[in-house]
Design a protein around this ligand. Sequence first.
Ligand code: 0WE
Length: 255
Amino acid sequence: MSSMKGKKALVVGLNERSIAWGWLRLAEEGAEIALTYQGKVLEKRVRPLAESIGAALVTPCDLTDDAAIDAAFAKVGETLGALDVLVHSVAFARREDLLGDFVTTDREGFRLALDISVYTLVALTRGALPLMDGRGGGSIVTMSYYGAEKALPHYNVMGVAKAALEAAVRYLAQDLGPRGIRVNAISAGPIKTLAAAGISGFRDMLHHHEEKALLKRNVTADEVAAAALALLGPLGSGITGEVLHVDAGYHAVGM
Ligand code: 0WE
């Protein structure tokens, strides 16, 4: 339980029922952790979690605001002094854009989904660079989903955003490889999270996934976190620009 001893990590996108909850394993493995939250509602959710893992810093960050991102990194710099790990577990699309037809997505809904779900990875990575350069390298992980690769019912503009996110992973990995900074994504199978709770038909999706997946079951947030720990730590030192499926083999099935 010490693969992350001495490592400093920033986790963005955490609440008590998000996949990021699994990121708390980073703390168990000895990492020193900073967390950001967006708005008062999420602050109430994140604070108790932060305390339970002895987070070094909990700071607000409106991810649509470049100045707020700069301010958050200033805080991280003051508190941690450096960064080895960045976890990006952030996505948003308007609720109505995940219900109807993709073809009805308007310009603002499209912009919002790609801004929050994709551009934030670019902005946060840029913010992390000076702190990672001080360490001679680092590792960044973001979260994707199979809807990036195939058309799935209702995933709609989020599928387009995840496709862009996976491409962004490759381009960031290209930029940062020479500096020893690795950038990867985990494409997780469907998991019951706060974000998923409100999605109609999510239960049916979980059942479908369970039946079709090679392992004949769904994956847990813990399994996603375990794979993420591998990518983030020394076990993943040769991996960058990768999209690792942690989906019980669902992506490998043809029929
Ligand atoms: O990426 C996601 C969910 C991301 C998400 C969820 C919401 C729900 C509430 C982004 N924006 C919002 N906006 C809201 O207002 N997943 C991989 C989980 C997920 O979401 C789906 C799925 C799956 C799986 C939406 C439709 C169909 C399947």
